[in-house]
Design a protein around this ligand. Structure first.
Ligand code: HEC
Ligand code: HEC
Ligand code: HEC
Ligand code: HEC
Length: 109
C-alpha cells in the first residue's frame, strides 16, 4: 500500500514536470489561417534545427506569441504580421533548404 502511494506521488510529480516542460517548449505545430491558405508551421522540427530560441523569439520566449504583437493590421511601432513573418521565415529559408514559394507555405484547403 505504501509503495503504491509512493508510486502514485512519483507519477504525479513526473506528470506535472513534463507538462511544465511542454508548455515551456511551446506547441508542436502552429496553423496560421490566411486569406490565401493555411500555413502549417512545424515548430518542433524547427526547434530541432535551430538551437537558439531567440533567433525567432527575438523579444524572448516569455513575451508570448508573435501574433500577440505582430497583428495583420499592424499596431503603431510594431511591423505587421506579413512583414515580420515573411522577413523572418523567408529570410532564413533563402539561406537554407526551407520553402520560399508562396504556395509551399500558403496551402489552399
Ligand atoms: C524558426 C522560428 C522559431 C524557433 C527557432 C523557435 N520558435 Fe517558438 N514559436 C515560433 C512561432 C512562429 C510560434 C507561434 C507564434 C504565434 O502563434 O504567433 C512559436 C510559439 C512558441 C511558444 C508558444 C507561445 C504562446 O504563448 O502560445 C513557445 C512557448 C515557444 N514558441 C517556445 C520556444 C522555445 C523554448 C524555443 C527554443 C527551444 C523556440 N520556441 C524556438 C517560432 C520559433
Ligand atoms: C513583445 C512584442 C513582440 C513579440 C512577442 C515579437 N515581436 Fe517581432 N518585433 C516587435 C517590435 C516592437 C519590432 C520592431 C523592432 C524592435 O523593436 O525590435 C519587431 C520586429 C520584428 C522583425 C523585423 C521586422 C522588420 O522588417 O523591421 C521581425 C522579422 C520580427 N519582429 C519577427 C517576429 C517573430 C517571428 C516573432 C515570434 C517568434 C516576434 N517577432 C515576436 C515586437 C514583438
Ligand atoms: C533560422 C531558420 C528558419 C526560420 C527562421 C524558419 N525556418 Fe522554416 N525551415 C527551415 C529549414 C532549414 C527548413 C528545411 C527543413 C527540412 O526540410 O529538413 C524549413 C522548413 C520549413 C517548411 C517545410 C516543411 C517543414 O516544416 O519541414 C515550412 C512550411 C516552414 N519551414 C515554415 C516556416 C515558417 C512559417 C517560418 C516562420 C514562422 C519558418 N519556417 C521559419 C529554417 C527556418
Ligand atoms: C515561409 C513561408 C511563407 C512563404 C514562402 C510566404 N508566406 Fe505569406 N505568410 C506567411 C506567414 C507565417 C504569414 C502570417 C500569417 C499570420 O499572421 O496569421 C503570412 C502572411 C501573408 C499574407 C497576409 C495574410 C492575410 O490573411 O492577410 C499575405 C497576403 C501573404 N502572406 C502572401 C504571400 C505571398 C503572395 C507569397 C509569395 C510571394 C507568400 N505569402 C509567401 C508565410 C509565408
Amino acid at each position: 500500500m505504501k509503495r503504491l502511494l509512493l508510486l502514485m506521488v512519483v507519477l504525479l510529480v513526473a506528470g506535472s514536470l513534463s507538462a511544465l516542460a511542454e508548455h515551456h517548449q511551446g506547441p508542436e505545430e502552429v496553423a496560421f489561417e490566411t486569406t490565401i491558405g493555411t500555413i502549417s508551421f512545424l515548430h518542433i522540427k524547427h526547434q530541432g534545427k535551430i538551437s537558439d530560441c531567440t533567433e525567432c523569439h527575438h523579444k524572448g520566449i516569455d513575451e508570448g506569441k508573435c501574433t500577440g504583437c505582430h497583428t495583420l493590421d499592424g499596431v503603431e511601432g510594431v511591423p505587421k504580421a506579413k512583414r515580420a513573418f515573411h522577413g523572418q521565415c523567408k529570410g532564413c529559408h533563402k539561406n537554407s533548404s526551407g520553402p520560399t514559394r508562396c504556395k509551399d507555405c500558403h496551402i489552399k484547403d
